[in-house]
Design a protein around this ligand. Structure first.
Ligand SMILES: Nc1ncnc2c1ncn2[C@@H]1O[C@H](COP(=O)(O)OP(=O)(O)OP(=O)(O)O)[C@@H](O)[C@H]1O
Ligand SMILES: [Mg+2]
Length: 462
């Protein structure tokens, strides 16, 4: 599409010159003899220009005043001010106020062409970037965190509140697939940092030394493979948000370094001597029980308190009641749009099946199950037989705990833990302690200690 240029000069011959020369170059040129008619053209719905060239001195309104008027109207196309050689100083002043550049009169055609090209190129790049950003922002609205049950509403409200604070560190906890990544992105894209980068790293995906280099960067020669100096993510994320996923996998040594950064906002690259600063909001996520890790000595207590300033708990789907259906309907609507289907929801039998499942993979699992169902559905509603649910991973009774293990909501976490451990020990009486401890995600010693603490010795004979 050809680019559009608005030229305004009270001397008609300037407008004519631009039109003659630039139309041959393939531009569309609208020439005006006074600023007011230019503004009127925009008011009347004229297509917006990609660049505006305005004379500095005109009756009624000078070039800078016109620029201000256009800026107020939200036109962000670059503006070039034309001026006589003797008043270049005012043109420089205009640039300080936001003009893209100035063009000296009499106009040199080559200079004019080069300047226009540059302005248009930069403006295009800017527009593109802006578009990507606003698309991202649209992609992660607060309401995109679905669910009407109490625990998810609470989580969403906390996230909404946290959007106002641009520095607060937040820890997202929840099982796999409960939306920790989604929540972190939503928080970033609705915070004052939304225009800056969201950078994330999975702390479990790299060995410790690489993770350290990735986070803090390094100087050339800091270690054998460090051939160049490299910025760490903390630097890359400057101004934006850095999301540390699976923070529980971080080694104690690296935890100490992270803590020191969080406290001082200063860090050094590996092999570096210079203290650097970065303005980064740190968000963390884990599906481990960090308090327990602290007790077991694998996570620093001081770091735990530092990152746990606010904790957003994302509930597992099996505790979200009717949300299984409600979120399911949303997902179906999304897929309808994507695949051009017109599925209306679920049959009663399908609903029952959805409620009976324990959803160890939470919303992610629900999405996958429904995506598959949408392909196989024959009627206008998804039926029980369209739903292929993963069988329990083990058939030793452990997996059924997820379904049977229901609790009134007025119990303490300790009550729940005690009952859960008791039931596990009872159901899996034939399994080794090492296996059970591993499946529970705790050490054998912790399992023994808990068995003692909860007086389960007599109850669970083995
Ligand atoms: N409450 C929710 N509303 C809408 N979509 C959700 C919700 N929770 C999770 N999802 C969707 O489920 C999928 C998994 O979510 P996400 O990756 O954020 O989970 P996670 O908690 O980070 O999991 P993991 O611990 O495995 O990394 C994504 O497609 C996400 O959009
Ligand atoms: Mg995740």
């Amino acid at each position: 599409m050809s680019k559009r240029i608005f030229v305004v000069d009270d001397e008609p011959k300037i407008g004519n010159l631009f039109s003659n020369v630039l139309e041959k170059d393939g531009y569309e040129v609208d020439a005006f003899v006074n600023p007011r008619s230019l503004v009127e053209a925009l008011d009347e719905g004229s297509e917006e220009p990609d660049v505006v060239v305005a004379d500095m001195i005109m009756p009624e309104m000078n070039g800078v005043e016109l620029m201000e008027t256009l800026q107020e109207r939200g036109l962000d196309a670059p503006i070039i001010i034309m001026t006589a050689h003797s008043s270049v100083q005012t043109a420089v002043e205009a640039m300080r106020q936001g003009a893209f550049h100035y063009l000296e009169k009499p106009v040199n055609l080559e200079e004019m062409r080069a300047l226009l090209e540059k302005a248009i190129e930069l403006y295009g790049a800017q527009q593109e970037l802006q578009q990507i950003k606003t698309e991202k922002q649209k992609q992660y609205p607060i309401e995109g965190i679905l669910g009407e049950s109490e625990p998810i509403v609470e989580a969403r409200e906390t996230i909404e509140t946290l959007c106002g604070a641009s520095n607060t560190t937040v820890l997202f906890t929840g099982e796999t697939g409960t939306g920790k990544n989604l929540a972190a992105k939503t928080l970033h894209y609705n915070s004052p940092r939304a225009d800056e980068e969201f950078t994330d790293i999975d702390c479990a995906s790299l060995p410790d030394n690489l993770l350290e280099a990735e986070l803090f960067g390094y100087e050339e020669g800091a270690f054998t493979d460090a051939r160049d100096t490299k910025e760490g993510l903390i630097e890359v994320a400057d101004g934006g948000t850095l999301f540390l996923d699976e923070i529980d996998s971080m080694s104690l040594a690296l935890q100490a370094k992270l803590l020191s950064f969080l406290e001082s906002r200063e860090f050094r690259r590996l092999g570096g001597v210079e203290d650097k600063t970065a303005d980064v909001r740190i968000l963390c996520a884990t599906n481990a029980d960090l308090e327990q890790s602290v007790q077991e000595g694998s996570f620093r207590k001081d770091l735990f308190y530092r990152i746990n300033v606010v904790n957003v708990q994302l509930p597992p789907l099996r505790l979200m009641g009717e949300d299984i259906i409600w979120i399911g309907r949303h997902i179906i609507a999304e897929f309808n749009e994507e695949f051009g289907n017109e599925v209306q929801g679920f049959t009663d039998a399908a609903k029952e099946k959805l409620f009976d499942h324990s959803w160890p993979g939470n919303v992610r699992e629900l999405r996958n199950v429904l995506e598959r169902a949408m392909i196989f559905v024959s009627g206008d509603r998804i039926d029980a037989e369209d739903l292929t649910l993963a069988p329990p991973r083990r058939l030793d009774g452990r997996e059924t705990l997820g379904n049977e293990f229901q609790f009134p909501l007025d119990r303490t976490l300790q009550d729940v833990e005690k009952a859960y451990i008791r039931q596990t020990l009872e159901v899996r009486a034939d399994d080794s302690y090492a296996d059970i401890a591993e499946d529970l995600g705790i050490s054998k010693k912790t399992l023994w200690d808990k068995r003692k603490r909860y007086n389960l010795d007599e109850v669970v004979e083995r």
